[in-house]
Design a protein. Sequence first.
Length: 578
Amino acid sequence: MDLSRLLTAPTAGKRFGLQELFWLSLSFLFAAFFAIQALQQAFSSPYLVQDDARQHVVWMMRFSDPGLFPNDLIADYFQSVAPVGYTALYRGMAWLGITPLLLHKLLPIGLALIVTGYCFFTCLQILPVPMAGFWSALLLNHYLWMRDHLVSASPKAFIYPLFVAFLYYLLRRSLVPCMVALALQGLFYPQVVFVSVGTLVLRLLRWQQGRLSFSREQADYRFCAVGVGVALAVLLPYALKSSEFGPVVTAAEARLIPDFASKGWSEFFVGSPWHYWFTAKRSGIFGEFGTPIPLVVSLVLPVLLRFPGQFPLARQVSERIVLFVQVILASIGMLLVANVFLFKLHLPSRYTEHSLRVLTALAGGIALTLILDALLQWARRQAQRQHYRQQWLAWSLMALLGGSVLLYPTTLHYFPKTNYLVGQTPALYEFMAGQPKETLIASLTEDTNNLPAFTLRPILVGSAGYTLPYHKKYYAQMRQRTLDLMAAQYSPDLKQVQRFIQQYGVDFWLVDRSGLTAAYVNDSKWFKAYRPAREAVLGSLQQGATPALAGLLERCEAFSTETQVVLQADCIAGAAAG
């Protein structure tokens, strides 16, 4: 049997045959295997939510029950920044009876299969070898499941299927579906539209005979003109929309905000220029790239293409691979523009990390196929010459290379990376869920961020992802609320506690049993983000001051566990008045 026919033989014509079916099925098999592992985690506990979904999905439970989160600052803010298409999808599914919290667990497997199919066929537009499509799809799935973008079911989860679909239809010169993909990008994740339009513009240019010239293909101008029109149509509403939460923070203002500093939750201004421009999460070209394998293998591709004699399959690579260069230039160009207009176009890394993951997966799959084909051809020649030792060496190298890529994720203890969070205090969640929907909870415990997801009741403040520093009015309100809560919780003055409850309309106050001590404050990650408040509270406690709440733990207890106490705010207010 000639294995080259199954492994690396180019497809003949446009007919979809057994070779394509085999490799496409194998691609779907691996994608489904990864996704099912995540799905098993998603339903492993009744109290489980994905990290980013706490901000981007939980507020949409309003679609299933309009009475939830009334006048909630946090829910209102994340609703205001959610893309239109993303919101419409969850709203529509809620109308059909699938709640947002259920949908966010189910979507990743569907999105993974969609992006796998598009990646497979996109690769075939460049190199018509189905095995190359398999390797590209596999590498892209490695990317997807080594980060929590896809599994979050947040807006960034839709980047990959929509961007790869755009590339596929662009390569096929299918105008209408290409523009549909572009429009959906704007409705689900607007930043990627700039990269797509930039790619269309760059396709008007050609590098021929050592100089730059304009394309002679009418289709390039048609795609560009229609693409710009579609982009303007979907992006204009965002540009004209004024946020009730104030303007976006400027670069100068951000430099004064602790969250943007090194080690801050929204760390942006890092010290090393290399780290800033290449590897930083929010500013680097590669961001949090995940696995380096596709990137490393993809960098070999330009070298392989220069030696078709040694890598015969390189002759089958289409000239349309120039699209890779165009996307890279568009992505890096937008990263530079985003740095010039810092935070107006959100974070610079968002314009490169996603598109470069797609490109390096495609290029890596093609490079891997060229190398495996060269080894296969070498093995055949050695067999014909009866050089069996060299033949086995070639087969061993093929097995080592292919096996390493296939099995690499199994060496990682966090694959697939889901960032699913499991609630540790079910009794507390049941108690809170039984309270009126307008119940407002004040707390500085580690469990605070999970309460909206597990109880569907609003919290006064949350740490980390809840206190985003990008819109000034929202950030100012959240920061002030947090400072006021910290001051009140540890104040020895009961009247200050009463004023706080009255000001914010708090119904319950959740505290850890050990939470009113200096040791607790000293170890709290939340307090470390508010250094002046931390120092003030620590100073008061170390001087012997006793928080007023400490004397009310038994008297005003509404519910308790071994580690936590829920205080009734009305009781605290009454005690203060007395």
